[in-house]
Design a protein around this ligand. Structure first.
Ligand SMILES: *Cc1c(COP(=O)(O)O)cnc(C)c1O
Length: 393
Protein backbone atom coordinates (compact mmCIF):
# COMPACT_ATOMS: atom_id res chain seq x y z
CA UNK A 1 0.00 0.00 0.00
CA UNK A 2 2.78 2.41 0.95
CA UNK A 3 4.69 1.43 -2.17
CA UNK A 4 1.77 1.87 -4.58
CA UNK A 5 0.74 5.34 -3.45
CA UNK A 6 2.17 8.34 -5.27
CA UNK A 7 4.94 9.79 -3.14
CA UNK A 8 4.73 13.34 -1.89
CA UNK A 9 8.35 13.41 -0.64
CA UNK A 10 10.34 16.42 -1.65
CA UNK A 11 7.48 18.93 -1.51
CA UNK A 12 6.75 21.46 1.23
CA UNK A 13 4.52 20.82 4.25
CA UNK A 14 1.71 22.93 2.80
CA UNK A 15 1.58 20.74 -0.28
CA UNK A 16 2.12 17.34 1.27
CA UNK A 17 -0.75 17.60 3.76
CA UNK A 18 -3.17 18.30 0.92
CA UNK A 19 -1.97 15.73 -1.58
CA UNK A 20 -4.18 12.71 -1.01
CA UNK A 21 -3.38 9.67 -3.12
CA UNK A 22 -6.13 9.23 -5.71
CA UNK A 23 -5.96 5.45 -5.38
CA UNK A 24 -9.65 4.69 -5.38
CA UNK A 25 -11.56 5.56 -8.55
CA UNK A 26 -9.92 8.98 -8.52
CA UNK A 27 -11.51 10.01 -5.21
CA UNK A 28 -9.89 13.25 -4.04
CA UNK A 29 -10.80 12.67 -0.42
CA UNK A 30 -9.51 9.29 0.77
CA UNK A 31 -12.14 6.58 1.22
CA UNK A 32 -12.84 5.33 4.74
CA UNK A 33 -12.06 1.61 4.70
CA UNK A 34 -14.66 0.85 7.35
CA UNK A 35 -13.86 -2.84 7.59
CA UNK A 36 -12.48 -5.03 10.34
CA UNK A 37 -10.83 -7.57 8.01
CA UNK A 38 -9.53 -8.03 4.48
CA UNK A 39 -10.13 -11.20 2.45
CA UNK A 40 -7.85 -13.08 0.05
CA UNK A 41 -8.81 -14.78 -3.24
CA UNK A 42 -6.90 -18.04 -2.59
CA UNK A 43 -5.06 -19.98 0.09
CA UNK A 44 -1.85 -19.35 -1.85
CA UNK A 45 -2.42 -15.57 -1.69
CA UNK A 46 -3.00 -15.91 2.06
CA UNK A 47 0.18 -17.90 2.55
CA UNK A 48 2.11 -15.26 0.61
CA UNK A 49 0.82 -12.56 2.90
CA UNK A 50 1.18 -14.47 6.16
CA UNK A 51 4.74 -15.55 5.37
CA UNK A 52 5.67 -11.87 4.96
CA UNK A 53 6.09 -11.65 1.15
CA UNK A 54 3.91 -8.51 1.01
CA UNK A 55 2.23 -6.13 3.43
CA UNK A 56 -1.42 -6.27 2.31
CA UNK A 57 -3.77 -5.48 5.19
CA UNK A 58 -5.19 -8.49 7.07
CA UNK A 59 -7.05 -7.08 10.06
CA UNK A 60 -7.72 -3.49 11.12
CA UNK A 61 -6.31 -3.98 14.65
CA UNK A 62 -2.91 -3.82 12.95
CA UNK A 63 -3.43 -2.23 9.55
CA UNK A 64 -6.04 -0.34 7.61
CA UNK A 65 -5.54 1.66 4.38
CA UNK A 66 -7.18 4.86 5.70
CA UNK A 67 -5.01 4.69 8.81
CA UNK A 68 -1.95 4.06 6.63
CA UNK A 69 -2.64 7.24 4.68
CA UNK A 70 -2.55 9.20 7.92
CA UNK A 71 0.62 7.42 9.08
CA UNK A 72 2.29 8.15 5.77
CA UNK A 73 1.48 11.86 5.95
CA UNK A 74 2.81 12.17 9.50
CA UNK A 75 6.00 10.30 8.56
CA UNK A 76 6.49 12.73 5.68
CA UNK A 77 5.85 15.81 7.86
CA UNK A 78 8.25 14.59 10.57
CA UNK A 79 10.90 13.43 8.10
CA UNK A 80 10.60 9.92 9.56
CA UNK A 81 10.92 6.57 7.79
CA UNK A 82 7.54 5.47 9.11
CA UNK A 83 4.76 6.07 11.60
CA UNK A 84 2.12 4.11 13.50
CA UNK A 85 -1.16 5.65 14.60
CA UNK A 86 -2.93 4.90 17.87
CA UNK A 87 -6.32 5.33 19.52
CA UNK A 88 -5.04 8.21 21.69
CA UNK A 89 -1.93 10.21 22.52
CA UNK A 90 -1.56 8.15 25.70
CA UNK A 91 -1.75 4.92 23.64
CA UNK A 92 1.06 6.31 21.48
CA UNK A 93 3.14 7.19 24.58
CA UNK A 94 2.59 3.87 26.38
CA UNK A 95 3.07 1.79 23.21
CA UNK A 96 6.27 3.62 22.19
CA UNK A 97 7.76 3.21 25.67
CA UNK A 98 6.69 -0.41 26.08
CA UNK A 99 8.19 -1.26 22.68
CA UNK A 100 11.69 -0.34 23.87
CA UNK A 101 11.91 -0.98 27.65
CA UNK A 102 12.40 -4.09 29.74
CA UNK A 103 11.97 -4.77 33.42
CA UNK A 104 14.91 -3.31 35.35
CA UNK A 105 15.44 -0.42 32.91
CA UNK A 106 15.76 3.22 33.86
CA UNK A 107 14.19 6.18 32.03
CA UNK A 108 15.55 9.71 32.31
CA UNK A 109 12.74 12.22 31.92
CA UNK A 110 12.46 16.00 31.91
CA UNK A 111 10.26 17.72 34.49
CA UNK A 112 6.80 19.11 33.68
CA UNK A 113 5.78 16.33 31.29
CA UNK A 114 2.13 15.75 30.43
CA UNK A 115 0.32 14.79 33.69
CA UNK A 116 -1.05 11.43 32.48
CA UNK A 117 2.35 10.43 31.08
CA UNK A 118 3.68 11.16 34.59
CA UNK A 119 0.99 8.91 36.12
CA UNK A 120 1.72 6.15 33.60
CA UNK A 121 5.42 6.32 34.49
CA UNK A 122 4.90 6.37 38.24
CA UNK A 123 2.08 3.84 38.48
CA UNK A 124 2.40 1.27 35.71
CA UNK A 125 6.08 1.43 34.79
CA UNK A 126 6.97 1.32 38.49
CA UNK A 127 4.99 -1.94 38.77
CA UNK A 128 7.05 -3.35 35.89
CA UNK A 129 10.23 -2.47 37.80
CA UNK A 130 11.11 0.38 35.43
CA UNK A 131 12.45 3.45 37.23
CA UNK A 132 11.91 6.99 36.01
CA UNK A 133 14.28 9.73 37.10
CA UNK A 134 13.11 13.36 36.60
CA UNK A 135 15.84 15.83 35.70
CA UNK A 136 15.63 19.54 34.83
CA UNK A 137 15.80 19.61 31.01
CA UNK A 138 17.92 22.79 31.10
CA UNK A 139 20.55 21.25 33.39
CA UNK A 140 22.82 19.58 30.84
CA UNK A 141 25.43 18.54 33.41
CA UNK A 142 22.79 16.76 35.55
CA UNK A 143 21.60 15.05 32.35
CA UNK A 144 25.16 14.04 31.50
CA UNK A 145 25.43 12.36 34.91
CA UNK A 146 22.03 10.67 34.71
CA UNK A 147 22.15 9.24 31.18
CA UNK A 148 24.84 6.52 31.41
CA UNK A 149 23.09 3.18 31.86
CA UNK A 150 19.59 4.53 31.09
CA UNK A 151 17.42 2.98 28.33
CA UNK A 152 15.29 5.99 27.35
CA UNK A 153 15.51 9.78 27.46
CA UNK A 154 11.94 11.11 27.48
CA UNK A 155 11.47 14.71 26.38
CA UNK A 156 8.77 17.28 25.96
CA UNK A 157 9.86 20.66 24.58
CA UNK A 158 8.24 23.02 25.18
CA UNK A 159 6.94 21.28 28.29
CA UNK A 160 3.33 21.06 29.41
CA UNK A 161 1.92 23.79 31.68
CA UNK A 162 5.06 25.96 32.07
CA UNK A 163 6.27 25.77 28.44
CA UNK A 164 10.00 25.52 29.10
CA UNK A 165 12.03 25.09 25.94
CA UNK A 166 15.01 22.73 26.08
CA UNK A 167 18.07 22.24 23.90
CA UNK A 168 16.72 19.12 22.18
CA UNK A 169 19.74 18.77 19.89
CA UNK A 170 22.25 18.85 22.78
CA UNK A 171 20.13 16.45 24.89
CA UNK A 172 19.91 13.97 22.00
CA UNK A 173 23.66 14.16 21.40
CA UNK A 174 24.20 13.22 25.05
CA UNK A 175 21.67 10.39 24.69
CA UNK A 176 23.41 9.05 21.57
CA UNK A 177 26.82 9.11 23.26
CA UNK A 178 25.32 6.88 25.95
CA UNK A 179 23.33 4.59 23.63
CA UNK A 180 20.07 5.92 25.09
CA UNK A 181 16.90 5.98 22.93
CA UNK A 182 15.41 9.49 22.78
CA UNK A 183 11.66 10.04 22.63
CA UNK A 184 9.85 13.40 22.43
CA UNK A 185 6.26 14.47 22.81
CA UNK A 186 5.91 17.00 19.96
CA UNK A 187 2.18 17.71 20.35
CA UNK A 188 2.67 21.38 21.23
CA UNK A 189 4.88 22.45 18.33
CA UNK A 190 3.56 20.06 15.64
CA UNK A 191 5.92 19.22 12.76
CA UNK A 192 5.10 22.62 11.29
CA UNK A 193 7.13 24.37 14.02
CA UNK A 194 9.57 21.65 15.17
CA UNK A 195 10.94 18.58 13.39
CA UNK A 196 12.64 16.64 16.20
CA UNK A 197 14.10 13.88 14.00
CA UNK A 198 16.31 16.51 12.35
CA UNK A 199 17.47 17.43 15.89
CA UNK A 200 18.50 13.82 16.58
CA UNK A 201 15.38 12.39 18.29
CA UNK A 202 14.64 8.68 17.71
CA UNK A 203 10.87 8.58 18.27
CA UNK A 204 8.40 11.47 17.91
CA UNK A 205 5.01 11.23 19.61
CA UNK A 206 1.87 13.28 19.05
CA UNK A 207 -1.44 13.54 20.72
CA UNK A 208 -3.29 13.91 17.40
CA UNK A 209 -6.34 14.91 19.47
CA UNK A 210 -4.79 18.38 19.55
CA UNK A 211 -3.50 20.31 16.52
CA UNK A 212 -3.17 17.45 14.03
CA UNK A 213 -6.91 16.80 14.19
CA UNK A 214 -7.49 20.45 14.94
CA UNK A 215 -11.24 20.41 15.52
CA UNK A 216 -11.69 18.95 19.04
CA UNK A 217 -13.71 16.09 17.57
CA UNK A 218 -11.39 13.09 17.86
CA UNK A 219 -8.99 11.40 20.28
CA UNK A 220 -5.92 9.93 18.55
CA UNK A 221 -2.15 9.55 18.70
CA UNK A 222 0.80 8.76 16.47
CA UNK A 223 4.49 7.79 16.71
CA UNK A 224 6.86 8.76 13.86
CA UNK A 225 10.23 7.03 13.86
CA UNK A 226 12.80 4.93 12.00
CA UNK A 227 11.97 1.70 10.16
CA UNK A 228 13.72 -0.20 12.95
CA UNK A 229 11.52 1.22 15.72
CA UNK A 230 8.35 0.87 13.59
CA UNK A 231 9.21 -2.82 13.26
CA UNK A 232 9.92 -3.03 16.97
CA UNK A 233 6.47 -1.54 17.73
CA UNK A 234 4.85 -4.00 15.29
CA UNK A 235 6.71 -6.86 16.88
CA UNK A 236 6.18 -5.97 20.54
CA UNK A 237 3.05 -3.89 21.08
CA UNK A 238 0.71 -3.14 18.15
CA UNK A 239 -0.98 -6.55 18.00
CA UNK A 240 -1.04 -7.21 21.72
CA UNK A 241 -1.97 -3.89 23.31
CA UNK A 242 -4.42 -3.43 20.43
CA UNK A 243 -4.71 0.34 20.78
CA UNK A 244 -4.76 1.11 17.06
CA UNK A 245 -6.52 4.07 15.46
CA UNK A 246 -9.86 3.42 13.77
CA UNK A 247 -10.41 4.21 10.04
CA UNK A 248 -13.13 6.78 10.77
CA UNK A 249 -10.85 8.70 13.16
CA UNK A 250 -8.00 8.48 10.63
CA UNK A 251 -10.27 10.08 8.04
CA UNK A 252 -11.12 12.94 10.43
CA UNK A 253 -7.39 13.45 11.00
CA UNK A 254 -6.66 13.47 7.26
CA UNK A 255 -9.37 16.09 6.89
CA UNK A 256 -7.89 18.19 9.73
CA UNK A 257 -4.31 17.84 8.48
CA UNK A 258 -5.02 19.69 5.25
CA UNK A 259 -5.37 22.97 7.15
CA UNK A 260 -2.62 22.28 9.74
CA UNK A 261 -0.01 24.67 8.27
CA UNK A 262 -2.50 27.51 7.86
CA UNK A 263 -4.11 26.96 11.29
CA UNK A 264 -0.71 26.92 13.01
CA UNK A 265 0.22 30.29 11.48
CA UNK A 266 -2.98 31.79 12.88
CA UNK A 267 -2.57 30.20 16.34
CA UNK A 268 1.01 31.53 16.39
CA UNK A 269 -0.01 35.10 15.61
CA UNK A 270 -3.08 35.18 17.85
CA UNK A 271 -1.33 33.70 20.89
CA UNK A 272 1.84 35.79 20.55
CA UNK A 273 -0.23 38.97 20.20
CA UNK A 274 -2.22 38.10 23.32
CA UNK A 275 0.85 37.06 25.33
CA UNK A 276 2.66 40.30 24.45
CA UNK A 277 -0.34 42.51 25.24
CA UNK A 278 -1.10 40.70 28.51
CA UNK A 279 2.51 41.00 29.66
CA UNK A 280 1.89 44.74 30.08
CA UNK A 281 -1.14 44.19 32.35
CA UNK A 282 -0.65 44.78 36.12
CA UNK A 283 -2.78 41.72 36.90
CA UNK A 284 -0.30 39.40 35.19
CA UNK A 285 2.67 38.31 37.29
CA UNK A 286 4.25 36.02 34.71
CA UNK A 287 3.78 34.76 31.14
CA UNK A 288 4.97 31.27 30.27
CA UNK A 289 5.30 31.42 26.49
CA UNK A 290 8.46 30.17 24.73
CA UNK A 291 8.50 33.28 22.51
CA UNK A 292 8.59 35.52 25.58
CA UNK A 293 9.97 33.57 28.53
CA UNK A 294 12.77 31.54 26.86
CA UNK A 295 15.94 33.62 27.09
CA UNK A 296 17.35 34.92 23.81
CA UNK A 297 19.57 32.03 22.77
CA UNK A 298 20.20 29.79 19.77
CA UNK A 299 17.68 27.21 21.09
CA UNK A 300 14.84 29.72 20.95
CA UNK A 301 15.26 30.05 17.20
CA UNK A 302 14.98 26.28 16.69
CA UNK A 303 11.20 26.60 16.92
CA UNK A 304 9.90 27.90 13.60
CA UNK A 305 6.86 29.31 15.35
CA UNK A 306 4.79 29.13 18.52
CA UNK A 307 1.49 27.39 18.92
CA UNK A 308 -1.63 28.75 20.61
CA UNK A 309 -1.01 27.18 24.03
CA UNK A 310 0.72 29.10 26.82
CA UNK A 311 0.07 30.01 30.44
CA UNK A 312 -0.31 33.11 32.57
CA UNK A 313 0.21 33.52 36.30
CA UNK A 314 -2.03 36.10 37.93
CA UNK A 315 -0.74 38.68 40.42
CA UNK A 316 -1.44 37.61 44.01
CA UNK A 317 -4.09 40.32 44.39
CA UNK A 318 -6.11 38.85 41.50
CA UNK A 319 -8.54 35.99 42.04
CA UNK A 320 -8.15 33.02 39.67
CA UNK A 321 -11.63 31.61 40.24
CA UNK A 322 -13.33 34.97 39.59
CA UNK A 323 -11.13 35.47 36.51
CA UNK A 324 -12.01 32.10 34.98
CA UNK A 325 -15.71 32.29 35.80
CA UNK A 326 -15.92 35.73 34.15
CA UNK A 327 -14.53 34.54 30.79
CA UNK A 328 -17.12 34.45 28.01
CA UNK A 329 -15.35 33.45 24.79
CA UNK A 330 -12.65 31.35 26.46
CA UNK A 331 -14.38 28.24 27.75
CA UNK A 332 -13.26 26.15 30.69
CA UNK A 333 -11.94 22.72 29.77
CA UNK A 334 -9.01 20.36 29.39
CA UNK A 335 -7.31 19.58 26.10
CA UNK A 336 -6.61 22.12 23.33
CA UNK A 337 -5.73 22.40 19.65
CA UNK A 338 -9.12 23.11 18.11
CA UNK A 339 -10.86 26.24 16.89
CA UNK A 340 -12.28 27.32 20.25
CA UNK A 341 -10.25 29.16 22.87
CA UNK A 342 -10.00 27.40 26.23
CA UNK A 343 -8.80 28.12 29.76
CA UNK A 344 -7.67 25.55 32.32
CA UNK A 345 -6.83 26.83 35.82
CA UNK A 346 -4.30 24.95 37.97
CA UNK A 347 -6.67 25.66 40.84
CA UNK A 348 -8.48 22.65 39.33
CA UNK A 349 -5.49 20.58 38.15
CA UNK A 350 -3.76 20.79 41.55
CA UNK A 351 -6.83 19.27 43.19
CA UNK A 352 -7.28 16.35 40.81
CA UNK A 353 -8.01 13.20 42.82
CA UNK A 354 -5.66 10.22 42.71
CA UNK A 355 -1.98 9.58 43.23
CA UNK A 356 0.95 11.15 41.40
CA UNK A 357 -0.18 14.65 40.57
CA UNK A 358 2.67 16.10 38.47
CA UNK A 359 1.41 19.66 39.00
CA UNK A 360 1.78 19.23 42.76
CA UNK A 361 5.06 17.30 42.48
CA UNK A 362 6.69 19.80 40.09
CA UNK A 363 5.42 22.75 42.13
CA UNK A 364 3.09 24.52 39.68
CA UNK A 365 1.56 27.75 41.02
CA UNK A 366 -2.18 27.84 41.88
CA UNK A 367 -2.18 31.27 40.23
CA UNK A 368 -1.41 29.68 36.85
CA UNK A 369 -4.06 29.49 34.13
CA UNK A 370 -3.30 27.64 30.90
CA UNK A 371 -4.78 29.34 27.84
CA UNK A 372 -5.43 27.77 24.47
CA UNK A 373 -5.76 30.65 22.04
CA UNK A 374 -8.01 29.50 19.24
CA UNK A 375 -8.92 30.95 15.88
CA UNK A 376 -11.51 33.54 16.92
CA UNK A 377 -10.90 37.26 16.34
CA UNK A 378 -7.86 38.26 18.40
CA UNK A 379 -9.30 41.61 19.57
CA UNK A 380 -12.45 39.82 20.82
CA UNK A 381 -10.24 37.41 22.75
CA UNK A 382 -8.19 40.23 24.27
CA UNK A 383 -11.34 42.09 25.29
CA UNK A 384 -12.62 38.92 26.94
CA UNK A 385 -9.39 38.47 28.94
CA UNK A 386 -9.27 42.16 29.93
CA UNK A 387 -12.85 42.24 31.17
CA UNK A 388 -12.26 39.04 33.18
CA UNK A 389 -9.10 40.55 34.70
CA UNK A 390 -11.19 43.57 35.76
CA UNK A 391 -13.64 41.27 37.51
CA UNK A 392 -10.78 39.36 39.19
CA UNK A 393 -9.14 42.49 40.68
C1 LIG B 1 -3.28 15.64 25.48
C2 LIG B 1 -1.84 15.32 25.55
C3 LIG B 1 -1.39 14.01 25.55
C4 LIG B 1 -2.34 12.83 25.61
O1 LIG B 1 -3.04 12.71 24.44
P1 LIG B 1 -4.51 12.02 24.36
O2 LIG B 1 -4.80 12.06 22.91
O3 LIG B 1 -5.41 12.86 25.18
O4 LIG B 1 -4.37 10.64 24.91
C5 LIG B 1 -0.03 13.79 25.53
N1 LIG B 1 0.85 14.81 25.54
C6 LIG B 1 0.46 16.09 25.56
C7 LIG B 1 1.48 17.16 25.58
C8 LIG B 1 -0.91 16.38 25.58
O5 LIG B 1 -1.30 17.66 25.65
Amino acid sequence: MYENSPEAWGVSDETSVAHDSPYSMGALSPPIYQTSLFTFPTVEAMVERFSGKNDLPIYSRADNPTVREFEKKIAKLEGAQGARAFASGMAAISSAILSVVESGDRIVCVKHIYPDAYRFFNKLLAQLNIKVEYIDGNDLSAMEKALPGARVLYLESPTSVVFEQHDVRALCELAKQNNVISIIDNSWATPIFQKPIALGVDMVIHSASKYLGGHSDTVAGVVATSRKFVEQMNDRVIYYLGAKLSPMEAWLLLRGLRTLPIRMKEHHTNALTIAQRLSEHPGIEKINHPGISTPQSPIRSRLKGYSGLFSIELHESYDVVRFCNALNIFRLGVSWGGYESLAFPMEVGLRQAGEFNSLVDFGVSPKLVRLHVGLENVEDLLNDLHQALNVAK
